[in-house]
Design a protein around this ligand. Structure first.
Ligand code: TRP
Length: 502
């Protein structure tokens, strides 16, 4: 009898819940159809959101350790060249395509030629894959806000070991990752201007300030200058095909390019906005933060005798160590740093989730709520597997754990080839005049370098990316990742064949 009553109650509650959800779903769907495409609330809102997307773990967590693993100065130099010539140009092209077509990535490609749908779909796939490991690291950042106040700094020589054992723990990181992903879901389900924009405005300047504090503190340590040298003095003998592909991948990842993210953002952008200056500003801000993060990490690392190639734990070890001897002031700075890092990560992952969500809304006719739930569910599963793979648990592909697989496929293959496809699309499928009109707002914006930019997009960038990717894949066979890279290319090929069906 008791069971029956409980059963009845559960049924009633869940039945009602289901009804309510369906109802909300329906109302939102109608509202969405009636409203025109959502727009950014203000100009500054757009810049903050685009810069918020760009500035994230890629700058502060990934850039320093990737530079460290790839020999420092030479990598940084190539990265900067790629940012200036390829990054900025591709960003401008993504903004222009997005605003011109007024559609998110897949729709923008599809509206011109169905054979190109796959190029957008690769972007959605990249978004999913990046969201298969990004929230794991976002969860670490979140966890560290609390760890800092829980005695992490009291035993400086243990900080490295604590990180190593934390990330291989089978449960702890999962909980933090779950909370982090939930925050994403909440922001994205509230829609474009209210959610993303507000999140973009909060705490970003704080991050910048704390990085400056860290840099100053780091530079005053003994032996710090070696770190500056390592970062900025190129040793040209270190340049290999692997280093060049890593620099290209880093440029794309850090600027949020090559997966239609900025196409989607551009589609929410007002016709009056100056695309050239927006792209320039976002590129400059992103690169500035990356360099500052490098400058914050390397001097301290050299002073503490930490290996430059120490890997993904770098920020999580160097920053706490740096603040460990500063008493309660250090505690507050370290806490604020990880808070700001978490927020920077959030404004980036929100943009990744948005690409997947926009695809489901525009192409699969889902409501926002449903699109968010579907994508977040897939992401949770991927992230759990990625997180566990760091402890050696779970499936591997061609000998690599899923964390590395997701990172490698996107960073080294999908983003670069996505960028190549976008450049070819803008250069060869769109009309030159149409593009010029969009970039210059019908002539209102002066862009003297239009011809140069157009030549880069049409010829130089596709050829450069093709060469860098091909030689990078070739060299990947020496380090045992060639098979995975070829698999990535094969996936793109298969998607291309079935493009019209996507
Ligand atoms: N750029 C972000 C970072 O540096 C990550 C990111 C957000 C991203 N959106 C993207 C990377 C789109 C590639 C493509 O952390």
């Amino acid at each position: 009898m008791k069971h029956l009553v409980i059963y009845a109650i559960i049924n009633l509650v869940f039945g009602k819940l289901h009804l309510v959800v369906t109802q909300i779903d329906y109302i939102l769907k109608r509202r969405q159809r009636m409203k025109k495409r959502e727009k950014w609330g203000s100009k500054i809102g757009f810049i903050m959101a685009a810069a918020g997307s760009a500035v994230g773990l890629g700058n502060i967590w990934k850039f320093p350790y990737t530079a460290g693993e790839n020999g420092g100065g030479a990598f940084v130099l190539i990265y900067l060249i790629f940012v200036a010539l390829i990054g900025f140009s591709v960003m401008l092209a993504e903004f222009a395509v997005g605003r011109r077509k007024n559609l998110a990535a897949v729709g923008a490609y599809k509206s011109v030629d169905k054979r190109w749908t796959f190029a957008g779909v690769i972007g959605v796939l990249s978004g999913l894959l990046i969201m298969g490991f990004y929230p794991v690291v976002g969860g670490w950042a979140l966890a560290y806000i609390f760890k800092v106040f829980n005695g992490l700094l009291s035993s400086p020589d243990q900080i490295g070991t604590i990180f190593d054992s934390f990330i291989v723990n089978p449960t702890q990181p999962l909980i933090w990752m779950g909370i982090y992903l939930l925050l994403n879901v909440v922001i994205v389900s509230r829609g474009v201007s209210s959610g993303i924009e507000k999140a973009g405005k909060i705490l970003m300047p704080l991050l910048f300030l704390i990085l400056i504090v860290i840099t100053i503190k780091g530079l005053t340590l003994k032996g710090a200058f070696e770190g500056v040298e390592f970062l900025f003095k190129p040793d040209f003998s270190k340049i290999t095909a692997k280093v060049i592909l890593s620099a290209l991948g880093q440029a794309f990842f850090s600027l949020s390019l090559g997966m239609g993210c900025m196409i989607t953002y551009g589609s929410y952008l007002d016709k009056k906005e100056n695309l050239v200056s927006n792209a320039g500003l976002v590129t400059a801000m992103d690169t500035g933060v990356a360099l500052l993060a490098g400058l914050a990490m390397f001097p301290a690392m050299f002073a503490f005798n930490i290996e430059p190639a120490a890997g993904p734990g770098l920020v999580f070890v160097v920053v706490p160590q740096l603040f460990a001897d500063m008493g309660s002031v250090g505690l507050i700075f370290a806490g604020l740093f990880f808070l700001a890092l978490t927020v920077a990560a959030l404004t980036s992952s929100v943009s990744l989730l948005e690409v997947v969500v926009a695809y489901l809304i525009d192409e699969k006719n889902m409501s926002r709520i449903k699109a968010v739930s579907v994508s977040a569910t897939i992401m949770v599963i991927m992230c759990v597997l990625a997180s566990l793979s760091l402890g050696g648990i779970g499936p591997t592909i061609l000998g690599k754990g899923l964390f590395d697989v997701f990172d490698l496929l996107t960073d080294k293959i999908f983003l670069a080839i996505g960028g190549l496809l976008l450049a070819v699309f803008a250069g060869w499928k769109l009309d030159k005049e149409e593009l010029k009109n969009e970039v210059t707002n019908g002539g209102a914006v002066k862009f003297g370098l239009f011809g140069f930019w157009y030549a880069l997009i049409k010829y130089v960038i596709p050829v450069t990316i093709a060469i860098v990717a091909a030689s990078g894949i070739y060299s990947g066979f020496q380090s045992g990742v060639g098979g995975l890279m070829v698999m990535g290319v094969a996936i793109i090929g298969i998607l291309a064949i079935f493009s019209k069906k996507l």
